[in-house]
Design a protein around this ligand. Structure first.
Ligand code: ADP
Ligand code: MG
Length: 240
C-alpha cells in the first residue's frame, strides 16, 4: 500500500531522510519511534506529499506520488493524516468539520455526507457532540473528531503523527482505543507514537528511526524483547 524507495530529503544542509526504503502492505500497522529530530514527522509528511522529496520514489496503492497539480488533491484524499494538534476548524461545528472536505473535494451530496459523518462520529464515540464547536470539546474528543474528519475522505492509508502527545494523560486511552479499532478493521496505518503499550498491542512492526534512517524494523515482540542496537536501547530506556 505504501512503498518508499531510496527516499532522500534535505532541509538546506540538514539531511533529514537518508536512503529510506519502506514497504507497508495493506492492513498493516507500522509504529514509528525514535528520538526527537530523527525524521519521524518528515517521513509521514512525505507520504502524503506535504513535503516534497529530493530523490527516490514513493508509491501509495500503486500510484507514484505526483509532484504537483490535481493528482495531489486525490492523493491527499487517499492518505489521511492526524497531527498532534487537532487542527479542527474552530468556527465550524464538529459535524461541519467532518462534512466539509467530502462536500468540497468528493462532491458528495449534502444529506449523504451528513449521514456518513454521523456514522463516523458514532464510531469514534462523539455523536452527541456533532453540533458543538471544537472549543467545547475535551482534547480527547477533539482528536477523535479529527480522526472522524480524516476518515470521511475514505482514505486508503492513515498517518498519525504523535496523536496523543498533546493530550492530558486521562484522554490518551480513548484516542488509542479508536486507533486500535481502526487497526482491527484493517486500516493501513503509520503511527508515530511514544505509547509503547499501543505499539505492543496494535503494531505489526516497529520502526526505529535515528538520524534520518530506519535503523531497526522488527515485530513488536522482537523489538521489545530481544537484544537490539545501542541507540534503540537507550531510546527505550529514556521513555519507559
Ligand atoms: P521528528 O518528528 O522525529 O522529531 P522531524 O521530522 O520533525 O523529526 O525533523 C527532522 C529534522 O528536520 C529536525 O532536525 C528538524 O529540526 C528538521 N526540520 C523539520 N522540519 C523542518 C523545516 N520545515 N525546515 C527546516 N528544518 C526542518
Ligand atoms: Mg515529530
Amino acid at each position: 500500500m505504501i512503498s518508499m524507495r531510496e527516499v532522500e530529503k534535505h532541509y538546506g544542509d540538514l539531511h533529514v531522510l537518508r536512503s529510506i526504503n519502506l514497504d507497508v502492505p495493506a492492513r498493516q500497522v507500522a509504529v514509528v519511534v525514535g528520538p526527537s529530530g530523527s525524521g519521524k514527522s518528515t517521513l509521514c509528511r512525505t507520504i502524503n506529499r506535504l513535503e516534497p522529496i529530493d530523490s527516490g520514489e514513493i508509491h501509495v496503492d500503486g500510484q507514484r506520488l505526483p509532484d504537483e497539480g490535481r493528482d495531489l488533491a486525490r492523493l491527499r484524499a487517499d492518505v489521511g493524516m492526524v497531527f498532534q494538534s487537532f487542527n479542527l476548524f474552530g468556527h465550524h461545528t464538529v459535524l461541519d468539520n467532518v462534512t466539509l472536505a467530502p462536500l468540497k473535494v468528493r462532491r458528495s451530496a449534502r444529506a449523504a455526507a451528513r449521514e456518513e459523518a454521523m456514522e463516523l462520529l458514532a464510531r469514534v464515540g462523539i455523536a452527541d457532540k456533532a453540533d458543538r464547536f471544537p472549543a467545547e470539546l475535551s482534547g480527547g474528543q477533539q482528536q477523535r473528531a479529527a480522526i472522524a474528519r480524516s476518515l470521511a475522505m475514505r482514505p486508503k492509508v492513515m498517518l498519525f503523527d504523535e496523536p496523543t502527545s498533546a493530550l492530558d494523560p486521562e484522554m490518551v486511552g480513548e484516542v488509542l482505543d479508536v486507533m486500535t479499532s481502526l487497526a482491527e478493521e484493517g486500516m493501513t496505518m503509520v503511527v508515530v507514537t511514544h505509547e509503547m503499550g499501543f505499539a505492543r498491542c496494535a503494531a505489526d512492526r516497529v520502526l526505529f528511526m535515528d538520524g534520518g534512517r530506519i535503523v531497526e524494523d522488527a515485530p513488536p515482540e522482537e523489538f521489545f524483547g530481544s537484544p537490539r542496537g545501542e541507540r534503540a536501547t537507550s531510546f527505550l530506556a529514556s521513555i519507559l
